[in-house]
Ligand binder design. Structure first.
Ligand SMILES: Nc1ncnc2c1ncn2[C@@H]1O[C@H](COP(=O)(O)OP(=O)(O)OP(=O)(O)O)[C@@H](O)[C@H]1O
Ligand code: SF4
Ligand SMILES: [Mg+2]
Length: 321
């Protein structure tokens, strides 16, 4: 297997928050609490888990919008913490993002041409004519036409706007795109079109994706491998087909059994997962999933299971195995 585009090792992000009268007490939110994964060239890694489990924080660490509390992120073999100058610029060109909501992520006052040209103007020294040509190329790549360049975002449908966001992400010499719930805000009828477009672009360009989502069916469809996250930790990761055929971790099984609540406080209808996600300010002892786990044993509240490779499966963190 070729070496990874991105390799994350022991990654942590703990936020300090003030509590109590006059905010004197401080507590830690362990949003990302020791995460390891790798993404290979042309591969899609799906990252799935309930609201608040640390998916977006993980993506912000990769996008240099947050600084890790511990751990490392290596891009094409280089630790990104040590990048500066031209190398840092090259990293910012190579790793791009598409957010959930194309209505708020695209500036309403900018024309599509300028939205897509912006990363080229910041990160390259291309002349205006060359930038216009590149804008036209990426518009065609994402299934739009060159003549939409002068339009404003409000002149597009939701799906078309997300295509503009993808075009912007592809404008530079992009090797990895972080897709943070890119279809969650779209009509169901449009979602499949955008997913198909992303798959087509990957086959054509060899770009890698970190695909973040709540919806297991969508994540499983587009991903080669899936990492399941719960309260800041990865509890299971495996090839997409293997994970769907034989989920091992009780949380992954519950993800398959029930539509997960997409917002804190929402309830699942089947009740497969009992209770709400614990507060990240006071994490359960032992296995973080034990208060909600239908298979919990006495050891589960005492010892935290580590992520181990299981025979015929991927990595699982659970005392059952
Ligand atoms: N700047 C911050 N300060 C304090 N806590 C934060 C901060 N950013 C995120 N958090 C907390 O970290 C945890 C993880 O948040 P994150 O946004 O990464 O979750 P998520 O998995 O992306 O959720 P969602 O599915 O709702 O997008 C949450 O408890 C969140 O409240
Ligand atoms: S370690 Fe125990 S509580 Fe945690 S998922 Fe496995 S069985 Fe459930
Ligand atoms: Mg998020």
């Amino acid at each position: 297997m070729p070496s990874p585009v991105l390799e994350v090792r022991g990654l942590k992000k703990h936020f300090v928050v003030r509590r109590g009268l006059f905010g004197r007490e401080s507590a830690w939110v362990k949003a990302v609490d020791g995460v390891d994964f790798a993404i290979h060239p042309g591969e899609t890694l799906g990252l799935i888990g309930e609201s608040g489990c640390g998916k977006t924080t993980t993506s912000k660490l990769i996008l240099l919008q947050e600084t890790p509390t511990a751990g490392s992120i290596a891009f094409e073999g280089r630790d990104i913490a040590g990048l500066a100058g031209a190398e840092l610029m090259a990293y910012r060109r190579a790793v791009q993002v598409v957010f959930q909501d194309p209505f708020s992520s695209l500036s309403p006052r900018m024309r599509v041409r300028d939205i897509i040209a912006e990363p080229l103007e910041i990160h390259t020294d291309l002349a205006r004519a060359a930038i216009d040509e590149r804008v036209g190329q990426v518009l065609e790549l994402v299934g739009l036409t060159r003549d939409v360049a002068p339009l404003f975002p409000h002149e597009f449908s939701g799906g078309q706007r997300q295509r503009v966001a993808i075009a912007r992400a592809l404008a530079t010499d992009t090797r990895l795109i972080v897709l943070d719930e890119p279809v969650s805000a779209l009509d169901v009828s449009v979602r499949a079109q955008i997913i198909n477009q992303l798959e087509h672009l990957q086959r054509t360009l060899g770009v890698s994706y970190l695909f973040i989502g709540h919806d297991l069916a969508t994540v499983a469809h587009i991903s080669h491998r899936i990492a399941v996250m719960y309260l800041g930790k990865i509890v299971e990761s495996a090839d997409s087909d293997a994970l769907c055929a034989r989920p091992m971790h009780p949380y992954t099984k519950a993800l398959f059994a029930a539509a997960l609540p997409s917002r804190p406080g929402d309830r699942t209808e089947s009740g497969t997962i009992v209770g709400e996600i614990p507060s990240p300010l006071s994490l359960p002892t032992g296995c973080r999933f034990h208060p909600r786990c239908p298979s919990a044993m006495p050891v589960c509240s005492e010892a935290e299971p580590s992520l181990q490779r299981r025979e015929g499966a991927g990595l699982v963190a659970c005392h059952l195995y």
